[in-house]
Design a protein. Structure first.
Length: 95
C-alpha cells in the first residue's frame, strides 16, 4: 500500500501497472480483407498505470488522478474499469 503525504492528508491505494487486451481491427480496416489479414489480426495490448481502487472476481478499477475537496472527500480522475477476462497482468509498483 502506498501512503502519499499531501500536506496533512494521506491516500492509501496500491500503485499498479495493468497490462490488458482490447478489441482491435488493426490490419483489417477495409470493407473486405484477405484471409492473411484476418489470420494476422490480434487484440491490442494496452497498459494502464494508476492506483488500484477495487479488485474483485469480475473486474478491477483504477484511477490516476485525485483531488481532496474542502469537505475532506476525494474526487477521482482518469478512472478505468477493466474486465478480469482481458487482464494479462497486474504488478504493484514502488512509490
Amino acid at each position: 500500500m502506498i501512503s502519499m503525504r499531501l500536506g496533512m492528508r494521506h491516500i492509501n491505494y496500491d500503485k499498479v501497472i495493468v497490462e490488458w487486451l482490447d478489441i482491435s481491427s488493426d490490419g483489417c480496416d477495409d470493407a473486405w480483407n484477405t484471409e492473411d489479414q484476418l489470420k494476422n489480426l490480434l487484440p491490442a495490448t494496452c497498459t494502464t498505470i494508476g492506483y488500484l481502487y477495487e479488485d474483485n472476481p469480475q473486474f478491477i478499477k483504477t484511477f490516476a488522478t485525485f483531488s481532496f475537496n474542502q469537505d475532506d472527500t476525494i474526487d477521482f480522475g482518469d478512472c478505468v474499469c477493466i474486465p478480469k477476462g482481458v487482464v494479462v497482468s497486474i504488478k504493484k509498483l514502488e512509490n
